[in-house]
Ligand binder design. Structure first.
Ligand code: NAD
Length: 250
């Protein structure tokens, strides 16, 4: 029970990584607040956490909408008592959004940046007062190895997430809030698998990665636990790549 009594807010917690993270944190004693734009899947995910004995609360919100985030975080704080961890998973990430910069329509660019980047700003700002009152906290931002390849708009949004991780770490240090990132490689969430062409996935695995298999959400749980825990008390502003060895950096 590594996180007994800690409250974790997970954006995009209705499915994929966020949903698995919620389950993993509940099994370690955390209380979980799910924020998601999908009311049906979000309520179902919170119910599933309660079924395994966890304390969980769901609040619908669009992370790109500041007011909606403020209301949802207030709802979670009143239901679960506060916020210790914020895990920012919610994002636009289909290959559609990784078109070259001048090919992606401008309106889609704006939506991408509003959700993937401003969404994190909104959630961090909304959770900060509760973290302050509890003497600190941890924010984990999901970036991507696409932020190193930089072949399209999505990768640029995830490079901004890495930059934001550094800037928020500096801004929130005064409150003993650490801010870190995880940059996953290709991971077998249903949305990614149904979206990424199989030949591209195979090329990535066999020609770029050193570990020759698809990533699993479970591969990310250890990174999440480490970064949230006191073991990482001296780590902030860093983004940890969990991508089977791609890309290697000196
Ligand atoms: N799956 C991968 O291979 C992969 C690789 C690298 C990085 N990532 C990143 O990891 C994170 C999670 O990926 P995933 O595959 O689990 O995603 P997913 O599509 O399975 O889940 C995303 C969740 O976010 C919610 N969401 C989307 N827009 C929202 C909004 N505006 N407000 C609130 N909720 C919203 C969705 O309803 C969904 O429940 C994302 O940030 C993604 O960019 C994923």
């Amino acid at each position: 029970m590594r996180f007994e009594g800690k409250v974790a807010v997970i954006t995009g917690g209705a499915q994929g990584m966020g949903r698995t993270f919620g389950e993993a944190l509940v099994r370690e004693g955390a209380l979980v607040g799910i924020l998601d734009i999908d009311p049906v899947a979000g309520a179902e995910a919170a119910a599933a956490l309660r079924e395994i004995g966890g304390q969980a609360h769901f609040a619908t919100c669009d992370v790109a909408d500041e007011n909606s985030v403020d209301l949802a975080v207030a709802d979670v704080v009143s239901a679960l008592g506060g916020v210790d961890f914020l895990v920012n998973c919610a994002a636009k990430h289909l290959t559609y959004y990784n078109r070259p910069p001048t090919v992606l329509p401008r309106d889609d660019w704006r939506v991408l940046l509003e959700v993937n980047v401003i969404g994190i700003v909104n959630c961090a700002a909304a959770c900060r007062p509760s973290m302050q009152s509890r003497g600190g906290g941890v924010i984990i931002n999901l970036s991507s190895i696409a932020s190193f390849a930089l072949n399209g708009a999505y990768g640029i949004s995830k490079l901004a997430v890495r930059g934001l991780t550094v800037a928020l770490a500096q801004e929130f240090a005064i409150d003993s809030v650490r801010v870190c990132g995880i940059a996953p490689g290709l991971v077998d969430t249903p949305s990614a698998i149904s979206d990424i062409p199989a030949d591209y996935a195979n090329m990535l695995i066999h020609e770029r990665q050193l570990v020759k298999r698809l990533g699993r959400v479970q591969d990310l749980v250890g990174a999440l636990f480490f970064l949230c825990s006191e073991d990482a008390a001296f780590v902030t502003g860093e983004t940890l790549i969990v991508g089977g060895g791609y890309p290697l950096r000196a």
